[in-house]
Every structure is written in structure tokens, then in C-alpha cells.
Ligand binder design. Structure first.
Ligand code: C2E
Ligand code: CA
Ligand code: CA
Ligand code: CA
Length: 397
């Protein structure tokens, strides 16, 4: 078995105690780990605050070998509690351990180290001061993730993305706006929906490049639509992820793309989710104000599913609440959902802003919503998200 040991909070400890104290601890660590293993085993410092322990000639039975490795790992965790230069700093430095088992027939050492490293990160993620075994399923998840990231990057370069547009209508059934929804035409996987790739893109910087592309493409669409009487008044709503909105130059970017494209800022709406409201409220409001001043509308997406505090909702310069489709779905059968929607509509009315119900699939739902005073709708009842060419046909219908 191979154990990979990484000390937790070592840098903090070094900062608090001074470098020589940290170094002293590092010097103590390897001899302490030695006391946990047999004479024939190997203990080595890899560098920094990382160590490896190699246990050889373990039981041929994998379970027995794993049990042996686990015991050694636990002893090492225990030793970390004792290996203190100064007793009062006891709690400060623990270890996270990753363990992988191997047969000992000329394995690729690099690959084994990678496995232990992956397992070690699972220990960190599990709260540190613990151990985890490498698991091939974990490897599969990590590899799939890496290849998705890579595919996204290639997809952006090779223009595999497209914006689909879904109609929004008013209470008289007139088309007033369209929500831009991202689609990925993957050369092997076919069409991929945003729920499958947005979360991955949000964990890397890819969401920023993707977000820029969405903004530019939607603005270009606004210009195209503005040139034709049938579509001249249409607004476009784009989805903006929190990472994107948090960029210090977000407002500047939106305004410069609008200016460069020649699109009318008053026809652009930015859909933000409630989670943003957990951020620094002052900054969030300042950015929203800056957009509003230029005419860009702010819509609060998935409203009712997040953590919005009603107390500062009224401080936000938003123009619209979007009622999440999870409430609309069961509106006819669930009195709870119906009353939530009623509350949201009242709230919007009192704040003097619009409310749009999304996910409206049946005329009964539409009628129910209209009865509660809802004046704007989006959903399959009026149209699915479609490519621009199809949207144009829809307009001319
Ligand atoms: P969302 O903003 O809540 O978008 C509405 C979703 O509901 C869309 O799914 C839409 O296709 C779907 N929908 C619309 N009407 C109906 C209906 O009547 N019934 C049902 N069952 N579904 C309906 P989609 O396109 O898969 O998008 C999912 C989510 O992905 C969006 O949720 C949004 O959060 C995110 N997303 C989409 N495009 C972008 C984008 O360009 N940037 C970012 N950051 N996120 C995006
Ligand atoms: Ca460390
Ligand atoms: Ca949306
Ligand atoms: Ca939603």
C-alpha cells in the first residue's frame, strides 16, 4: 500500500509559530511516522509538508491489506496529535491521508502517486484529519470532468454553441420578449442542455468566456431584430451566472458589448439568481444601479427557491421577478404552491415591478395565474426554446 500524507494548515502554523518551529515539526514528523510502521516499510518526506509511507509485503488478501493500511494511517493521524513542538498549538496541525493498494508487480509509481493524491483530496474535502482510500469510481468522475472541461474549451473555439430563444408573452398573448437559452451541439454527444454543462463551466473560468459569448450573441440578435418591424420591439433576457456578475468589470463589459454592437440597452434584460444576494449587498446594488442607469433591466430568476431576504429586496433596483417553474408546475393541485405564487405576485405588485411566470405548459395554468394577477408568461404553452431561424417563423405566424 502507498500512503500519501499531507499536513493540514501547515502554512498557518508556520505563520503563527515562525518558520523554525514549523521546520522543527516537519523534522519530528518522519521519525514519528516511522514508529507506526514495520522495519521493512519506507517513510519519506516528499518535500514541503508532504510525506509518503510505503507498506510492502502485505497480506495477499486485499481486505486484510486494506485493514493493515488503515491501521497504519490511523496511527499516523494519532502521531500528528502528539508531534507537537508546543502543546498549546496541538489542534493546529493535523494530517490528511490518501491510501492506494497495489499488487507490487512493477506498477507505475507516477500513477500510484496520482491515486493517493486524489484520495488525499477526498480526506481534505471530508474535513481533514482523516484518511480515504483511492476508489476507481472517483477516478472516473475526475476524468469525466477533465474531458468535459476540455470539450467545453474546444466547443467555444469551434463555435459549437448556439443561443435558442423562448417567447415571453403578455396577458393579451402578445409576444414581448425572448429568453436566450444556451445550447451545445456536441459533435459526439449531440445536443447538450445547459443543466449538464453550466455547473462544470461555473467551476472553472470557462463560464466567463461562455458568458461573454452569450452577451455578444444576444446583442447581435437584438440588432438583427431591431431592423425588422415584426421583431423591432422585442427584448432579450440573458442568464448571467453569479461568477460572471461578480467580475469587477462586469458592468463595463456589458456596456461595452452593447455599445460595440449598437444594441439598445433598454432591450436587454439580465437574469440573476437570488444566491447573489448572499454577497456584499452594497456592491451588488451598485452594479445593478449602474446597469439600470443605462437602461438594462434586472430580473430575479428562480424567485422563491433561494434565500432572498425580503427586507432588502426593496432596496434592489430590479424590474422583474421570475416565478420559478417548480411553483407553476403544481399550481392547480397544490394549494401551497398557489399561495406562494399569490404572495410573490403581491410582493411584485407592492414593489412596483413585473412578475413573469415560467414553465407555463397548459392553458389551465395560464388562466389560474392570470386570475391571480400575473401579466407575463413563458413556457411550452407559448413556445419551446428554438434557434433564431425558427423563432422568426414563430413571429411571422
Ligand atoms: P432557467 O433560467 O430557469 O431557464 C428556464 C428553463 O426551463 C430552460 O431550461 C427552459 O428550456 C425550461 N422551460 C421553459 N419552459 C418550460 C416549460 O413549459 N416546461 C418545462 N418543463 N421546462 C420549461 P434549459 O434551457 O435547459 O436551461 C436550464 C438552466 O440553465 C436555466 O434555467 C439557466 O439557469 C441555465 N442557463 C441556460 N442558458 C444559460 C446561459 O446562457 N448562461 C447561464 N449562466 N446559464 C444558462
Ligand atoms: Ca498542506
Ligand atoms: Ca432564466
Ligand atoms: Ca427557473
Amino acid at each position: 500500500a502507498l500512503l500519501f500524507i499531507d499536513l493540514d494548515n501547515f502554512k498557518d502554523l508556520n505563520d503563527t509559530l515562525g518558520h523554525n518551529m514549523g521546520d522543527l515539526l516537519l523534522q519530528q514528523a518522519a521519525p514519528r511516522f516511522r514508529t507506526c510502521v514495520r522495519e521493512s516499510d519506507t517513510v519519506a518526506r516528499l518535500g514541503g509538508d508532504e510525506f509518503i509511507v510505503m507498506l510492502e509485503g502485505l497480506d495477499n488478501d486485499a481486505l486484510a491489506a486494506a485493514e493493515h493500511a488503515r491501521l497504519v494511517g490511523e496511527k499516523i493521524l494519532e502521531q500528528m496529535k502528539l508531534a507537537y513542538v508546543l502543546d498549546q498549538y496541538q489542534h493546529m496541525c493535523t494530517a490528511s491521508i490518501g491510501i492506494t493498494l497495489f499488487l507490487g508487480h512493477g506498477e507505475d509509481v507516477e500513477a500510484l502517486l496520482k491515486q493517493t493524491d486524489l484520495a488525499m483530496y477526498q480526506s481534505k474535502a471530508a474535513g481533514r484529519n482523516t484518511l480515504r482510500f483511492f476508489d476507481p469510481a472517483m477516478q472516473a468522475v475526475v476524468s469525466a470532468r477533465a474531458s468535459l472541461d476540455n470539450d467545453l474549451r474546444i466547443g467555444l473555439k469551434q463555435r459549437q454553441f448556439q443561443l435558442y430563444y423562448q417567447p415571453q408573452v403578455d396577458d393579451a398573448g402578445n409576444l414581448v420578449a425572448a429568453e436566450a437559452l444556451l445550447r451545445w451541439h456536441h459533435p459526439q454527444r449531440g445536443m447538450v442542455l445547459p443543466t449538464e454543462f453550466i455547473p462544470a463551466a461555473e467551476e472553472s473560468d470557462l463560464i466567463l468566456a461562455l458568458g461573454d459569448w452569450v452577451l455578444e450573441t444576444a446583442c447581435a440578435q437584438l440588432v438583427t431584430w431591431a431592423a425588422r418591424p415584426a421583431t423591432a420591439t422585442l427584448c432579450i433576457a440573458i442568464n448571467v451566472s453569479p461568477r460572471q456578475f461578480r467580475q469587477p468589470d462586469f458592468v463595463g463589459r456589458v456596456l461595452s458589448v452593447l455599445a460595440a454592437s449598437g444594441a439598445d440597452p433598454c432591450k436587454l434584460k439580465v437574469e440573476l439568481t437570488e444566491n447573489l444576494l448572499l454577497d456584499d449587498v452594497g456592491q451588488t446594488i451598485a452594479k445593478m444601479e449602474a446597469l439600470k442607469t443605462q437602461g438594462v433591466g434586472i430580473s430575479l430568476d428562480d424567485f422563491g427557491t433561494g434565500y432572498s431576504s425580503l427586507t432588502y429586496l426593496k432596496r434592489l433596483p430590479i424590474c422583474e421577478l421570475k416565478i420559478d417553474r417548480s411553483f407553476v408546475r403544481d399550481i392547480l393541485t397544490s394549494p401551497d404552491d398557489a399561495s406562494i405564487i399569490k404572495t410573490i405576485l403581491t410582493l411584485a405588485h407592492n414593489l412596483g415591478i413585473d412578475a413573469v411566470a415560467e414553465g407555463v405548459e397548459s392553458d389551465a395554468q395560464r388562466a389560474f395565474l392570470a386570475n391571480l394577477g400575473c401579466k407575463a408568461f413563458q413556457g411550452y404553452l407559448f413556445g419551446r426554446p428554438v434557434p433564431p431561424a425558427e423563432f422568426d417563423l414563430f413571429v411571422e405566424r
